[in-house]
Write a protein that binds this ligand. Structure first.
Ligand code: MEV
Length: 441
């Protein structure tokens, strides 16, 4: 984790005016804080950020690499530690919003805590059409310990690190087509610091012959489940003495999302605004996490918000706001491309995490704070003003402004936004034309 005391400067000095200082100074403060060398700073600038030769090993038919901006979210204080959060994302205002919200929570003395609720990922082995359900279940239970031992022989390295298959669970499910039952074996495995997809898939396929032999049934699919509810992570934000009107607006926003899936989808997108960019920056499989979260919030049969905000009276008669997030977050700090992608490696270094659990817990906290920022804006001034003010730079580029014209056009666009309450590329082009005309005369 980022240190707060041993650095040449304090966290406050590191962050002072951080979003306003020039890029080179931002990099130099970062280098000081995270002990980055000049070569690592070059990587962050995109130089050898992902060499084509490395990319060729990652995927097929490589034709290039795809750059995304990477920033750091600031002012985070999670589980008592100050953190800089690397985020790779294309959307304007995500980093500004989450940093401003983290700063606001800090100023109000809010407390952000996290916990991991489990370590086990799930591999599924399907027996699609079971002839004798009772006999098959009996056989599976009888051979359970042998299957676990066999599975662990397939992953000796993981077992030596304390991980491996810990349990098997058996589920009999009625088939949707009404044609009897299917059996599903859940292989519960501790992947240590890996996300674990490749290893659990190999374990499931490796167990297939023994299961078929013991049950006299034919095994179908062998694959991990992304609904990793054996590996839930939870985060909580508690803010005391918050403006009751803001707190109530945030609570009402939760009720809206709980009542209406159309709102819940957008609510959850706002939470994922905080999580996906960290997953991308650290080379993690964000599709897996997204799929897991959406499945988890649908378990009741109704799509639900992944966070919940409630106001209560505190002991001094003021208002306390409490927010919670709980979801499966199967991430890795080893395996996959995390340690092979030069920029992902650096993102992990900036975060200072030593384990996948720490990374998952940070994601849970940032998602919750990102959500808080969005709900606070929506419940008060609305989202358009802040977002569009920051979006002026994109509009200026889209309108064709040169590097030297951008600052002036941004300013004019901000004024137009305040006056006309909306701006777009067409308006940006009109303003740019007008500016160029004035320049000529
Ligand atoms: C935009 O990227 C995210 C929001 O729509 C989230 C929300 O509505 O809660 C602002």
């Amino acid at each position: 984790m980022n240190k707060t005391t041993t650095k040449a400067c304090t966290f406050e000095a590191l962050l002072d005016n951080f979003h306003r200082i020039p890029f080179e100074e931002r990099q130099s403060r970062l280098a000081n804080w995270c002990d980055l060398d000049p070569q690592e700073l070059q990587i962050l600038k995109g130089v050898n950020a992902l060499p084509v030769e490395t990319a060729e090993h990652f995927i097929e038919n490589v034709i290039g690499v795809f750059p995304l901006p990477m920033g750091v979210a600031t002012y985070f204080h999670i589980d008592g530690r100050d953190l800089l959060i690397p985020m790779a994302v294309e959307e304007t205002s995500i980093i500004a919003a989450v940093s401003a919200t983290a700063k606001w929570v800090r100023r109000l003395g809010g407390v952000v805590t996290t916990r991991a609720l489990g370590r086990l990922i799930i591999g599924q082995i399907q027996i699609p059409r079971v002839n004798q359900v009772d006999f098959t279940l009996q056989q599976l239970n009888f051979h359970k310990e042998r299957f676990i031992a066999e599975a662990n022989l397939l992953i000796p390295g993981l077992v030596s690190r304390g991980g491996g298959v810990k349990d098997l669970e058996f589920r009999a499910l009625d088939r949707e087509d009404g044609q009897g039952q299917m059996l599903v074996i859940h292989v519960m495995c501790d992947p240590c610091d890996a996300m674990g997809a490749n290893l659990i898939n190999q374990v499931c396929e490796g167990l297939k012959p023994s299961i078929e032999e013991a049950t006299h049934e034919k095994v179908g699919l062998c694959i991990l489940s992304n609904l990793v509810d054996g590996k839930l992570v939870t985060s909580q934000v508690v803010i005391d003495n918050i403006d009751p009107e803001i707190a109530l607006g945030i609570e009402e926003a939760t009720q809206f999302a709980k009542t209406d899936p159309y709102r819940a989808a957008t609510h959850n997108k706002g939470v994922l605004n905080g999580i996906d960019p960290i997953l991308i920056a650290t080379g993690n499989d964000w599709r897996a996490v997204e799929a897991g979260i959406h499945a988890y919030v649908s378990l009741s049969g109704k799509y639900q918000p992944i966070t919940e905000w409630k106001c209560e009276k505190n002991e001094y008669g003021g208002t306390r706001l409490v927010g919670e997030f709980t979801a499966p977050l199967a991430v890795g700090t080893v395996g996959g491309v995390t340690m092979l992608h030069p920029t992902a490696k650096l993102a992990l270094k900036i975060l200072g995490v030593k384990s996948s659990e720490e990374l998952a817990r940070i994601c849970a906290a940032v998602g919750l704070i990102q959500n808080l920022g969005a709900l606070k804006a929506l419940a008060t001034v609305g989202i358009v003003k802040g977002h569009m003010r920051l979006h002026t730079a994109n509009l200026a580029i889209a309108a064709g402004a040169s590097e030297s014209e951008i600052p002036r056009l941004k300013e004019e666009l901000a004024q137009a936004l305040a006056r006309e309450k909306k701006i777009n590329v067409t308006r940006a082009k009109q303003i740019l034309d007008a500016l160029r005309q004035t320049e000529k005369h």
